[in-house]
Design a protein around this ligand. Structure first.
Ligand code: PRP
Ligand code: HPA
Length: 180
């Protein structure tokens, strides 16, 4: 059985100086375009939340716009649970809560609807890449602030040299492939 970390590594593309000079961007587009690898990634992410008695049960998957939507929606479907969108600011109707944070290449503001989860719902937060951790921390804390019990942050790729796992502190992090 092929190692999931190797499968991911073989479908990542390094793009120099994107979106800014000096950033080597890890592009997951080749992975998404390979149905076998995309499927293996989603099944691997789902595996610890389903089936065995030691599985960690979850009630919903949350993902951050935009690439986190692709992974998160597929994973929610695989697990048979709902999906909670965490969006870039200004896109969600109704009452929302927001957070602004720093990225490797700028700043961003994300938001969720105030009624996005029911109290105590166990939420798995997912994204494609963990870099500085700014996005994951902001999303985690937004979800927690509206009553979710966020159980884990799961990502396909972790850029370890950017220190995101450390920045996440006590929040559990799972990465299928670690770079650097
Ligand atoms: C990327 C990536 C993560 C985040 C990781 O999204 O998809 O969400 O950056 O970086 P961090 O750990 O330093 O926060 P980006 O903001 O580029 O948006 P996109 O998904 O809309 O392209
Ligand atoms: N790839 C994808 N997303 C990212 C990266 C990257 O290299 N750095 C920060 N977010």
């Amino acid at each position: 059985e092929p190692d999931i970390s190797d499968l991911v590594a073989n479908r990542l593309r390094d793009v120099a100086d994107f979106p800014k000079q000096g950033v080597v961007f890890k592009d997951i587009t080749p992975l998404l375009g390979d149905g076998d690898v995309f499927g293996a990634v989603i099944r691997e992410l789902a595996s610890r939340h389903t089936g065995s008695s030691s599985a960690q049960p979850i009630d919903a998957v949350a993902g951050v716009e935009a690439r986190g939507f692709i992974i998160g929606a597929a994973l929610a479907h695989e697990l048979g649970v709902g999906f909670v969108p965490v969006r870039k600011v200004g896109k969600l109707p109704g009452d929302t809560v927001q957070r602004t944070y720093d990225l490797e290449y700028g700043t961003a503001t994300i938001e969720i609807q105030s009624d996005a989860v029911s109290p105590g719902q166990r939420v798995l937060l997912v994204d494609d890449v963990l870099a500085t951790g700014g996005t994951a921390i902001a999303a985690w804390d937004l979800l927690g602030g509206v009553g979710a019990e966020v159980v884990e942050f799961a990502t396909i790729v972790e850029l370890a040299f950017l220190g995101g796992r450390k920045a996440m502190g006590e929040r559990p992090v799972r990465a299928l492939h670690v770079v650097g």
